[in-house]
Design a protein around this ligand. Structure first.
Ligand SMILES: CC(C)(COP(=O)(O)OP(=O)(O)OC[C@H]1O[C@@H](n2cnc3c(N)ncnc32)[C@H](O)[C@@H]1OP(=O)(O)O)[C@@H](O)C(=O)NCCC(=O)NCCS
Length: 236
């Protein structure tokens, strides 16, 4: 006998608090808040997108110069930029949450616009969706009530992420807009964001030390090889 309801296709209990918590833990991704010092990495990440991805990300096939200008012009005091690093400390995914300049228009809800990119080899692992979730949490905690996404209608992964999160979609020919209404912030949403930030920082420091250790081991290996070569040469 089942103690709890299950999903149709598997035997994982559906929507119990424990099942929800387990799903969240198993899909947890370290997302860091980026700062001015990351401009170069942000530019590098965006420059490595191919022409079609640049078109999807910016709405036009941005040239290298335009991307560099964009990276240099991000207002880190006003906006939130989120990033996911791999073990080699490469920025494999990033999102820009742009807050409309204050004051926002009277009678219109406070909005923030979301833009995201994930490197090809890191796609379909949920990074885009996690960045979207995290951006929504940040916006919510800033008193923003609507998250806005402008995408091309052909951008099915982006539209799927927005729809899955509950956004309202409006297609207009080749373009599409999505609006996600955010609930008001609570003590729990603030604690949740602070906790995420803290854990991501720990994860990054751990990766930094692991990376330094990898380099040290590689350096020792190289030195050993050189010593062996010179030893062999001296004995010939
Ligand atoms: C859009 C983008 C950020 C998605 O990143 P991602 O990490 O692959 O996204 P996720 O893995 O979180 O989710 C993608 C979802 O789209 C689905 N998807 C992928 N290709 C799809 C397609 N052709 N049709 C429908 N759904 C598709 C995936 O199955 C996944 O859904 P699931 O989680 O239910 O399986 C990435 O494709 C990208 O960087 N594109 C180029 C830049 C861009 O388009 N930016 C968005 C404009 S702001």
């Amino acid at each position: 006998m089942n103690a709890s309801p299950t999903d149709k296709n598997d035997n994982i209990p559906a929507a119990t608090p424990i099942a929800t918590a387990l799903r969240r833990i198993s899909s947890w991704v370290a997302i860091r808040s980026l700062a001015k010092r990351h401009r170069h990495r942000i530019a590098q990440h965006l420059l490595s997108l191919d022409e079609h991805d640049r078109y999807l990300r910016f709405g036009y096939p941005a040239a290298d110069e335009q991307i560099k200008r964009y990276a240099m012009s991000i207002d880190f005091d006003r906006d939130e930029v989120l990033g996911i690093f791999n073990r080699k400390l490469e920025l494999i995914a990033m999102a820009h949450l742009a807050y409309a300049p204050e004051p926002q228009r009277d009678g219109h809800p406070a909005m923030a616009e979301f833009g995201v990119s994930v490197l090809k080899h890191a796609r379909a692992r949920g990074f885009g969706a996690r960045l979207f979730e995290r951006a929504a949490l940040h916006a919510r905690n800033r008193g923003i009530d609507t998250l806005f996404i402008h995408a091309l209608s052909e951008n099915l992964p982006m539209l799927k992420i927005a729809r899955d999160a509950g956004a309202k979609l409006e297609r207009n020919g080749s373009e599409a807009d999505a609006w996600l209404r955010l609930p008001p912030d609570t003590m729990t949403s603030h604690v949740g964001e602070a906790l995420e930030r803290h854990m991501a920082e720990l994860d990054f420091q751990f990766k930094r030390h692991a990376h330094a250790l990898d380099e040290l081991i590689e350096g020792v290996g190289e030195l050993k090889g050189q010593l062996e070569d010179s030893h062999n040469a001296a004995n010939q």
